[in-house]
Design a protein. Structure first.
Length: 102
């Protein structure tokens, strides 16, 4: 599972759609209107962002990260992979099927 932030809903949708269409992700969930506080270029930022949560396989994370970086408006986009340690086996199988098996 990969957690990604985007500048807004439209950017998140473009990224999510590309990842699913290219079978780099089985599913992309978009959460709008997240508030983010962080330091960037020595200043505290207080921004609204959109969050993408995508389901994929570990073997695709590097390729996915490259694709996200190419599509993203940020200089340093947040792309963080989190392990899936369990869950509905049928859903996990579907994720694998949609992202090229294995």
């Amino acid at each position: 599972m990969v957690y990604i932030t985007a500048g807004n809903y439209d950017e998140a949708r473009v990224i999510g759609k590309a990842l699913v269409e290219e079978h780099l992700a089985a599913c992309a969930n978009i959460l709008e209107n997240m508030k983010s506080l962080y330091f960037w270029e020595n200043a505290l930022q207080d921004d609204s962002e959109a969050v993408l949560i995508v389901k994929t396989q570990t073997r695709l994370i590097d390729k996915m990260t490259q694709r996200i970086t190419a599509l993203h408006s940020y200089d340093v986009p947040c792309v963080v992979a989190l392990p899936i340690v369990g869950g509905n086996p049928e859903y996990i199988r579907w994720v694998c099927d949609e992202t090229g098996g294995e």
